[in-house]
Design a protein around this ligand. Structure first.
Ligand code: BTN
Length: 248
C-alpha cells in the first residue's frame, strides 16, 4: 500500500494558501486542527490511522491503518450560508466520481457517502471560536478497506483505490478551494441529484425512537429535510434526527 504523498496531495494547489500535516498515527485529525495555529487559508491534516476517530452524534469512527482516508480541512475563512455538511458531501462525491465512474456513488442525508446501499464515508463538521474568527473544521472519512464492519458499513475495495488516495485528497482539496473562492452553484439540485433516497420512504429517528415514516422530498435552502405525509409537504428541523431504513 502506498503511503500518503504530500507532493501528489498538493499538486496544482497554490502552496501559499495551504498548509499540510500528515501523520502516521493521531488521535483524531479534527482534534489536531483545534490544537494548531491556523495561518493559511486552509490547513490540511491527514493521518494513516486514528486511534480516537470521531463520528457524528458522539459516535466512534473506526480508523485502522488499512489505506482509508482520514482528512480534516480547517479554515478560518468566512464560508457562505449554505450548509457546510451538505456541501462537503457534494464536493467529496464530485471528487470520488473521477475515480468511480459507474454512477454508483451517492449521498444519504445529511452527508453519508454511500455505495451499494452501504455507508462508505462520513463527514463531521465542527466549529470553534478563535479570537474574533470562526474556525470551520471539516472532517472526512472514506473507507477503501474495512475488515470489521457493522451491517450497514461498506467500503470501496472493489475499485482498488488505496494507491490513489493522495490524488483523491488532492481532488477534494481543489473542489474545496473552488468552493471557498467561488461558492457553489445550485447546490440544492446537485445534492438532490446525488441523494439515494429521493422520493423513497424514510423513517425519522429522534432520540433513538422512530417518530415518523414519510416520503423524502428533498431539502430546502437551509438543508432541512422536506417530507410528504398525509397529503401535505412539510419541513423537519435538523435537531438530533437521523434517517433510517436506507441501508441494507
Ligand atoms: C460520521 O459519523 O459519519 C462522520 C465520520 C467522520 C470521520 C472523519 S475521519 C477524519 C476526521 N477526524 C475524525 O476524528 N473524524 C473525522
Amino acid at each position: 500500500m502506498n503511503k500518503l504523498n504530500k507532493k501528489e496531495i498538493l499538486s496544482n494547489i497554490d502552496r501559499t494558501r495551504v498548509n499540510i500535516n500528515i501523520f502516521d498515527q493521531i488521535d483524531s485529525t479534527n482534534e489536531e486542527s483545534k490544537r494548531i495555529k491556523i495561518n493559511s487559508d486552509i490547513h490540511i491534516i491527514i493521518a494513516e490511522e486514528q486511534i480516537k476517530g470521531k463520528g457524528r452524534l458522539g459516535k466512534k469512527w473506526s480508523s485502522p491503518n488499512l489505506g482509508n482516508i482520514y482528512l480534516t480541512i480547517a479554515t478560518l475563512k468566512e464560508l457562505n450560508d449554505a450548509p457546510l455538511s451538505l456541501i462537503t458531501g457534494i464536493l467529496c462525491i464530485e471528487a470520488l466520481k473521477n475515480f468511480v465512474t459507474d454512477g454508483s456513488l451517492g449521498l444519504k442525508w445529511p452527508n453519508d457517502l454511500v455505495f451499494a446501499n452501504k455507508k462508505v464515508g462520513g463527514i463531521l463538521i465542527e466549529r470553534e471560536i478563535k479570537g474574533n474568527k470562526n474556525l470551520s473544521i471539516i472532517g472526512i472519512g472514506i473507507n477503501f478497506d474495512l475488515q470489521e464492519k457493522e451491517s450497514w458499513w461498506g467500503d470501496l475495495s472493489k475499485y482498488e483505490l488505496k494507491s490513489k488516495r493522495s490524488k483523491i485528497i488532492n481532488n477534494i482539496i481543489l473542489n474545496f478551494i473552488d468552493f471557498i473562492d467561488n461558492g457553489i452553484y445550485d447546490w440544492q439540485s446537485k445534492w438532490e441529484d446525488m441523494c439515494i433516497h429521493m422520493n423513497k420512504e424514510i423513517k425519522i429517528l429522534r432520540n433513538n425512537e422512530i417518530t415518523d415514516t414519510a416520503i423524502f422530498k428533498g431539502i430546502n435552502k437551509e438543508g432541512k429535510i422536506k417530507i410528504f405525509k398525509n397529503d401535505e409537504e412539510k419541513t423537519i428541523e435538523f435537531g438530533e434526527i437521523s434517517i433510517k431504513g436506507i441501508y441494507k
